[in-house]
Design a protein around this ligand. Sequence first.
Ligand code: SF4
Length: 365
Amino acid sequence: MDSKFFTSYRDPTLAQALVRGIESACQREFRIMEVCGTHTVSLFRSGVRSLLPASLSLVSGPGCPVCVTDQRDIDGFIALSRQERTTIATFGDLMRVPGTKSSLAEERARGADVRMVYSPLDALKIARDSSHQRVIFLGVGFETTAPAIAAAIMAAQQEKLTNFFVYSAHKLVSPALEKLMAISGVHIDGFLLPGHVSVIIGTNAYEPFVEKFKVPSVIAGFEPVDLLEAIHRLVIQLKQGEVRLENAYPRAVTDDGNPAAQKLLDDVFDVQDTEWRGLGSMPKSGLKIKDAFQQFDAEKVFSIEVPKTSVASGCCCGEILTGRKIPADCMLYRKSCTPTHPVGPCMVSSEGTCAAFYRYGGEMQ
Ligand code: SF4
């Protein structure tokens, strides 16, 4: 282990000690899942993956917001973009996600008004500035992004805006963890739990999951030393045959999370069953807009017809999102599917596993 490798890390001495500790704990094979797409990218970009022993496998999970959005929702977004007097406001990653027959980027090239925004507040501003236009914000992601979207809906209500709408395809992390444990062929010894989501929901939210499935789980931050510490804690549990929920990101994550953000979610959204790419329909795994705010709910206000949907032949994003495959297992990877010409969402998103493997050469690991 070349000590120069660690000089860019926050605490090089600690990082080297953690790597040694991980090596010494991994005397047999362990397979752990990083649930969060940002973790997937950080593990590659920081070089942490390259420091881990061969006996430790890291697999990516269903934590990339764009990737887990069901194909029917993607086709719904595209159908909405074709409506007259309609502006679609979306985070950039969604633009190039292939729907069954088109994408938002293709619709924009054909004349649809599809705009990239950085926040739902940008979409609110567009609605305020163009009262003749119906502005639909596409809400995807987890508990991390949903509070800001709830706040935008409340602001639209207070301002009595009649041309602002949200399509809520938000998802909740905990039901996905439960579903993963029940899928045949999925073998996970431990979970690196997402840092950002945990800031909102808190450590306690995972207690029922860890208690029920008896799987070691550690909340991780995003810096290389954070990731190494969380992995170290996981493999120590595995080596010692223990099961605990641990918080290795205490500077940001508390036991109870962020009550103000949780209240926003409770006030604006109902927890409902929803469809996930790769995981199928899951009970109580999505956030839909409450009836009290239904005038802002794009799914209720716009009667869109979504024809039968299908995913691209050969794309195995679903298996990759559930840790059953890695990108190199896909016959389209690096051939017909590249970041320039993505076939599936896992190659589009900046948090997508296929894009991360492509960018950082992860097919070798
Ligand atoms: Fe889908 Fe492309 Fe990834 Fe294959 S490489 S699983 S086609 S996104």
